[in-house]
Design a protein around this ligand. Structure first.
Ligand SMILES: Cc1ncc(COP(=O)(O)O)c(C=O)c1O
Length: 371
């Protein structure tokens, strides 16, 4: 029996406190150089990001939501153009389509919690121009199927890879399959900064050029104004922090995969739970476990029981799929997504929990179901 303890879902102060000395050095260096906007740390980070993902180009942007929106703006959505996305995603996926001028069409999820390729096919009509899969919880969709559909139907693909830096399908990185994609560096992300931050990656020089202009007042990489744009640049300070965090990134992924293995080992016999795929369950997938989201019988009671035992949990995005927010005007029923949101719960998955914390969480979950 593990001693009682307190395991918050995520510990924001630790993002700073855990690495305070190095971060202070970075603040001092950037501050002393006055290197705040579009300086060499950003350029280095963009190169690092492109190299790490195996993509030709990377652009630091203000946040992933902007990156997704700018990607669709670069493609050029017109009024009435439909883009298919999963309803089991953050609102940002759908809102990026909307704010870029298109119409988001949320569809069902498959058994793995990711967008269902069959549902994509069913939703295609004469207005469809694109697909926006979300590489959710650090897992990449079956991109063979999605790219086959897109190629056959001549559709654009922008990947929402906000949660998936380093995740791979058949060895290829999330974010490198479609026309462009965006990654988030929100502080709780696997690669987090100390504020908002995002990156766009693309292999296409045309989209690189367009998105680059859009993110910096219409200026191209030589500073020449070529078009209308706006300001959505990644701060140089955040870029410097991200360069630093990228140095230990593989260790971070390894640790997350190890935590997922412990959860798998200790919880997989409980048939009241459906766990996410284990790290080595499918050789086609390399998951980075941005989140550990499971489905649970009596979910709300479990959440309360864990809270009473000082274990933090989270129900993603306020407990609703995109199409379920009445204010957004969708008029569609997606039973699998709705059922998922009645049962889903995320348990702690981060760099601040010890093996003892993980064991404690598993012990309490077992106690809840088995007494
Ligand atoms: C799936 C998904 N898409 C988009 C975003 C938006 O990222 P950002 O906060 O960097 O705009 C997030 C962030 O949480 C996300 O999880």
């Amino acid at each position: 029996m593990t001693q009682n303890r307190n395991v918050p879902f995520f510990n924001y102060p630790q993002v700073y406190l855990n690495d305070k000395e190095n971060l202070m050095k970075i603040f001092d260096d950037i501050g002393s150089r006055g290197a705040f906007i579009m300086q060499k740390d950003l350029e280095i980070f963009e190169n690092n990001l492109a190299t790490f993902t195996g993509s030709k180009f990377a652009i630091g942007v203000g946040n992933a939501t902007d990156g997704l929106e700018l990607s669709w703006m670069a493609i050029g959505l017109k009024k009435g153009d439909e883009v298919i996305c999963c309803s089991h995603t953050m609102l940002a996926t759908a809102s990026a389509i909307k704010t870029a001028g298109g119409t988001p069409v949320p569809v069902e999820l498959g058994d793995d919690g990711l967008i269902d390729p069959d549902a994509i096919e069913d939703a295609i009509n004469s207005r469809t121009v694109g697909i926006m899969p979300t590489q959710l919880n650090g897992r990449t969709c079956d991109m063979d199927r999605i790219m086959n559909i897109a190629n056959k139907q001549n559709l654009y693909v922008v990947e929402d890879a906000a949660q998936a830096l380093g995740s791979r399908f058949k060895g290829k990185h999330a974010g490198t399959f479609g026309n462009a994609s965006a990654i988030s560096f929100f502080p709780a992300k696997v690669l987090g900064s100390l504020g908002d931050g995002g990156g766009v990656i693309t292999n296409d020089p045309y989209y690189f050029d367009k998105i680059y202009q859009l993110h910096d007042h219409g200026r191209d990489i030589n500073g020449e104004v070529k078009s209308w744009g706006r300001n959505s640049r990644l701060d140089n300070l955040q870029a410097a922090i991200l360069n630093h965090n990228l140095e230990s990134y593989q260790n971070v992924i390894d640790r997350r995969r190890q935590i997922a293995s412990i959860y798998q080992e200790q919880l997989s016999d409980l048939n009241e739970l459906e766990l996410p795929p284990a790290p080595d369950a499918d050789p086609n997938h390399y998951d980075i476990y941005q989140n550990y989201e499971l489905q649970a019988d009596r979910r709300d009671e479990l959440k309360k029981f864990l809270a009473d035992n000082n274990i933090g949990t989270l129900i993603q995005w306020g407990g609703k799929g995109v199409h379920q927010w009445e204010g957004l005007g969708f008029n569609v029923k997606l039973p699998k997504v709705e059922r998922f949101f009645e049962r889903c719960i995320m348990i702690p998955m981060n760099m601040f929990i010890s093996d003892d914390d993980v064991n404690y969480i598993c012990e309490k979950i077992r106690l809840f179901y088995r007494g």
